[in-house]
Design a binder for this molecule. Structure first.
Ligand code: PLP
Length: 388
């Protein structure tokens, strides 16, 4: 029986080992572990890759979001509109700066924040006072939008940017799963809003050997602010006009990521090839509404950090795949408005039906680039057998 893990990073490491090990050795020999030449070069290379003018390397994707919120001046009394169907850190960081996450439902085809849902929320529950947008229910001031490019596909940014401009809102892109993702006009994730936040967690398309992340921006003031906040707000060192944190990326991780960045487009093509294989193979099995394959919007570039299907009888399919040696996972089983820690926000089951349906129906199948044809065929055969 073929064994198909959800993700296998060993094959990738074997491919780059001969290039990576000397870099690790070189950094160790230099004993320059903090904010050195590799960090500076990685920031420049990733910013260029994303079509942004500046990059700020940080300690994780979560810290990228936290740093972005701090640089945007978001704190107590402020509110940030985001999706409830995402990884916890998206809303967790909003709450950690003292602001309030405000959820709007997702588009059922892409699983991304729905611009009409955001517009409805603003029309029905907010009032514009001078330059400010006030949430009538809480009295808080809406300060920013935080769309997520979930699974590697861009959120619908044009209408979101229009809403943001109309109400002077900052836009922080949670691009943790979206390095190299393109919106329909070719604009890359992280270059559209005010700040883009990337994660180099090992399971992301560009993964470090541990935790790391990066913020991109086209705004020189925000870039400077993030650089200062990254080192406790000290400028010059030991003189603090603002309170920051330690959000630094390691030199070792930056050196490793620079090697991997050269391979990223090839790996992305491998993921896209595997996704296209699944699309065609599942279509040929005529599973109809039992299994709905992901919708890649025309004109964009979906980098398939995850290949997500909507599956009838999802939990039983997951068990069957597991029994047949196929790794699969639910991203994410509980939408954030129903998380225990956010009970104080006052949301209830039924508030965001599309997000709740997605949490109940979706499943991630293995899509990493090194998958072998026999493994892909085994996944398709196992799914088809389950529904036969
Ligand atoms: C991975 C991820 C994060 C957090 O990144 P870390 O590097 O794990 O801290 C944030 N948002 C989304 C959507 C993610 O997928």
């Amino acid at each position: 029986m073929a064994n198909v893990p959800l993700l296998d990073l060993k094959a990738q490491f074997a491919q780059i080992r001969a290039e990576v090990m000397p870099i690790i050795d070189q950094v160790c020999a230099s004993q320059q572990f903090i904010l050195g030449e590799h960090v500076r070069a990685l920031e420049e290379e990733v910013a260029r890759y994303c079509g942004a003018s500046a990059g700020i390397g940080v300690s994780s994707g979560t810290d990228a979001l936290l740093l972005a919120l701090m640089a945007a001046g978001i704190g107590a009394g402020d509110e940030v509109i985001t999706s409830p169907f995402t990884f916890f850190a998206t809303a967790g960081t909003i709450a950690r700066v003292g602001a309030r996450p405000v959820f709007c439902d997702i588009d059922p085809a892409t699983f991304n924040l729905s611009p009409p849902a955001v517009q409805d929320f603003i029309d029905q529950q907010c009032l514009a006072r001078g330059d400010s947008l006030i949430n009538r229910g809480t009295g808080g001031r809406i300060k920013a939008l935080m769309p997520v490019h979930l699974y590697g596909q861009s959120a619908d940014m044009d209408p979101l940017m229009q809403i943001a401009r109309r109400h002077s809102l900052r836009v922080i892109e949670d691009a943790a799963q979206a390095i190299g993702t393109e919106y329909k006009n070719g604009a890359r994730a992280g270059s559209i809003g005010d700040i883009g936040c990337f994660s180099f967690f090992p399971s992301k398309n560009l993964g470090a050997f541990g935790d790391a992340g990066l913020c991109t921006t086209n705004d020189a003031d925000l870039a400077e602010s993030m650089r200062v906040l990254r080192v406790h707000g000290g400028k010059p060192k030991y003189f603090h006009a603002v309170i920051g944190g330690n959000f630094r990326i390691d030199e070792l991780q930056a050196g490793i990521l620079r090697v991997k960045l050269k391979y990223l487009d090839g790996w992305t093509q491998g993921r896209q090839r595997n996704a296209a294989y699944y699309d065609a193979a599942f279509a040929a099995r005529e599973l109809g509404s039992k299994l709905i394959t992901p919708a890649a919007l025309p004109g964009g570039r979906h980098i398939f950090n995850q290949y997500i299907v909507r599956a009838q009888n999802r939990d039983a399919l997951k068990k069957s795949l597991g029994d047949h040696g196929v790794g699969c996972e639910i991203y994410y089983p509980v939408p954030l408005h129903l998380q225990q820690c956010f009970a104080y926000l006052g949301y209830h089951a039924g508030d965001f039906p599309q997000s709740e349906r997605a949490a109940a129906q979706t499943l991630a199948l293995p899509v990493y680039p090194e998958l072998q044809p026999a493994q892909l065929a085994h996944v398709v055969a196992t799914v088809a057998e389950f529904y036969a």
